[in-house]
Design a protein around this ligand. Structure first.
Ligand code: SF4
Length: 373
């Protein structure tokens, strides 16, 4: 097999960062599409907190993950960029220490091509650093930059030193990558809108996927004027919830993953078509569900905890529901009030829950789920 394609999820350079279920989902989709075209792929996820092949455990101290798969990132203090010099706060590079990344790049088989992804636009300094390092250590290897920043700010991204800046959904660029950059025949062209027909993301490339995000849609049916969703996705493509549950079962069986998050700009829009079905669909891991109050349905769907935003009269807060050991039909709620109203613009589904009186309404903006073993 010829030299591999290297995929890199770059550092985050920022005053603060925390891994709230971050995974480079677009890059992992690209990995699967490139594999279906007969290519060998390797991944360096600079934000990965699990053990890495080829690195001794003592080489880098990684913060422990929380039980749900989220947690702190490794960080190194670095100088603030000139534009932020006036802000008197420590500035960090979050992710693998620079010397470790250099060691990995030097020791690995020289790749044919490097794909770098990007997230928040203001995290571009970490992207620029990575591309500069790759160009130093792997001269002559073409570098492609894609992802959110490259889509929203392509002109700015061209200053990164990447040979190609590709905007939009990565799958749409597979023919260009295969034919024009690699000079290879195109064996597989994914339909970037048919999310249920895309190959599953290559999560097996990650050392320890403590949690796996499930893509349930791309784009958003709404058009909030301040939002970049329409710039990222010009259409709204949604998956069949049955296929989402099938994917969840696949990762449970193949990698033993128990924690899942949903990547979706509007998971709770039209809830009867997606959110409600996701937590009520029977699967081989879940008993069929009768008509029950929402919390009992969650219990039956083997969801053991949920975090919800709560509005009660004029008070807002956050509620946590945790299953009660030995009492399969009960969730124990606890409420942590917020001092002021702060959730007026979030999309939400309003569900009555059993312990509430009519005066109460609960909104559920997201719910990380923990699936059974
Ligand atoms: S609902 Fe959210 S994702 Fe959709 S357009 Fe509005 S702000 Fe953007």
């Amino acid at each position: 097999m010829s030299n591999p394609i290297l995929l890199i999820n770059p550092w985050i350079n920022d005053f603060s960062a925390y891994d709230f279920w971050m995974k480079p989902l677009g890059l992992l989709h690209m990995a699967s599409c490139l594999r279906k075209n007969g290519l060998d792929v390797q991944l360096i996820d600079c934000l990965e907190s699990g053990p890495l092949d080829g690195i001794s455990p003592g080489a880098v101290k990684r913060p422990a993950r929380k039980a749900g798969g989220h947690g702190k990132l490794i960080r190194e203090k670095i100088a603030r960029p000139a534009a932020l010099a006036g802000i008197q706060k420590p500035y960090h590079r979050y992710g693998l220490p620079r010397h470790i990344l250099k060691m990995i790049l030097k020791e690995m088989e020289k790749p044919r091509l490097v794909l770098v992804t990007s997230m928040m636009t203001y995290w571009y300094p970490g992207v620029f650093d990575i591309i500069s390092l790759v160009k130093d250590i792997l001269p002559g290897v073409p570098v492609i930059l894609g992802g959110v920043y490259a889509t929203l700010c392509p002109d700015h991204a061209r200053r990164s030193g990447a040979d190609h800046v590709l905007s939009g959904r990565g799958e749409g660029h597979i023919p260009f990558i295969m034919k024009d950059i690699l000079g290879e025949p195109v064996r597989y062209i994914p339909d970037e809108h048919a999310l249920d027909h895309l190959p599953y993301p290559a999560f097996e490339l990650l050392p320890v996927p403590e949690q796996i995000p499930l893509l349930t849609s791309r784009g958003c049916p709404f058009r909030c004027p301040y939002c970049a969703s329409r710039q990222l996705y010009d259409s709204y493509d949604r998956r069949d919830p049955i296929q989402v549950v099938n994917e969840l079962s696949h990762w449970q069986d193949s990698l033993g993953v128990r924690n899942f998050s949903f990547y979706d700009d509007a998971l709770l829009s039209d809830p009867q078509q997606m959110a409600i079905r996701l937590i009520t669909l029977p699967s081989k891991r879940r008993p069929p569900i009768c008509k029950k109050p929402a919390m009992e349905q969650m219990r039956s769907a083997s969801i053991s905890s949920a975090a919800c935003q709560v509005k009660e009269r004029r008070k807002y807060g956050k509620a946590y529901f945790t299953s009660v050991p030995g009492e399969p039909d009960r969730f124990s709620p606890s409420i942590h009030p917020y001092p002021e109203r702060c959730y007026g613009t979030r999309p939400a589904v309003h569900l009555p829950i059993p312990w509430q009186k009519n005066r109460c309404i609960t909104t559920i903006p997201f719910f990380p789920v923990q699936a059974p073993l």
